[in-house]
Design a protein around this ligand. Structure first.
Ligand SMILES: [Fe+2]
Length: 311
């Protein structure tokens, strides 16, 4: 657990000794394309309390705090459901009454906060050490935190990052589907998702429910989800807190670019082969579309590498 040593610093749990610990139990057998059940050591971290994360929600850019209070179902459209609150008045009310406000609060861009950034980077440094060499320099480092009232539902959706979902407080039932299962999310939906940054149409259908892996989470449990894994959540009788450590490797970014390339090809009337069918074909499409994009950017005076910017 967290060993506080005698060195004085602003965040005593971030001294060298405590950073030397293992935050998530993974080793070099880790496969970034497979859902994995793991354990983590963040549940007792002083930054991970509901109070600490509520304070974070009230100090980060309000654009990056999205929430909903009221009834939600698995098939509620997540994108349309969540709202931001520039005044922070409704957000403050939802957080202050979390036991009975029926709220779901999502804090994005958590790594913009210096204290949380140090923790996130320490975890990702550990994770990147077990990745294949070409993926160790991560293309994207990020984190998100989630606070939910008792009896809460997080509707079916998918995210752009590879996610180490670390459960901190309460009981949570987690449903996750294989990201390669095209009977759950179709190829064109993924092209839109990675091309436009959002899942435009509702995709949950009751017939996909038996294809879900159902995982009951307690504090200390961690689920790793590959990029684009559909998932949904229901919670028990307590407030729940979850902290997601997020990343995108170079391999994952290549997949994103392949979906974007297919989207471009489809728009000009072609019928591209699904991503993943052929590594050579995916690579060729990526490079062709990338070269066209680079020429267009140069013509518009834009220079530099494309950033991964999901929100
Ligand atoms: Fe999610």
């Amino acid at each position: 657990m967290f060993r506080v040593v005698s060195v004085t610093c602003e965040y005593p749990w971030l001294t060298h000794d405590s950073l030397a610990m293992t935050f998530i139990d993974i080793d070099d057998r880790f496969d970034q394309l497979k859902i994995a059940r793991l354990r983590h050591q963040l549940a007792d971290h002083p930054l991970m309390t509901a109070e600490g994360l509520a304070a974070l929600a009230l100090r980060v850019d309000p654009e990056h705090v999205r929430f909903h209070a009221g009834k939600r179902q698995l098939d509620t459209n997540m994108g349309r459901m969540l709202t931001t609150d520039p005044t922070r008045r409704d957000l403050r009310h939802a957080l202050g009454n979390l036991h009975d406000s029926g709220a779901f609060v999502q804090i994005l861009d958590v790594r913009s906060d210096p204290a949380y950034r140090a923790v996130v980077d320490a975890v990702l440094d550990e994770v990147s050490a077990v990745l294949p060499v070409r993926d160790r320099q991560l293309r994207n480092r990020d984190a998100a935190a989630f606070l939910a009232s008792p009896g809460s539902v997080t509707p079916f959706h998918l995210d752009h990052e590879q996610n180490f979902l670390c459960h901190i407080r309460g009981a949570k039932r987690f449903y996750v589907w294989d990201h390669r299962d095209r009977s759950v999310i179709g190829e064109r939906e993924l092209e839109t998702f990675f091309g436009e940054g959002k899942l435009r149409d509702l995709s949950y259908r009751p017939e996909i429910q038996p294809r879900a892996q159902v995982i009951d989470l307690q504090p200390g449990d961690c689920v790793y989800m590959p990029m684009g894994s559909p998932h949904a959540v229901s919670t028990g009788a307590d407030i729940t807190v979850t902290f997601s450590i997020l990343m995108n490797t170079a391999s994952a970014f290549e997949q994103v670019e392949a979906y974007r390339a297919n989207r471009v090809l489809r728009r000009i009337g072609l019928s591209p082969r699904p991503v993943g069918d052929s590594w050579v074909r995916d690579s060729l499409k990526r490079h062709t579309v990338g070269a066209v994009r680079k020429m267009r950017d140069l013509a518009r005076g834009k220079i530099g590498e494309r950033r991964l910017q999901w929100y």
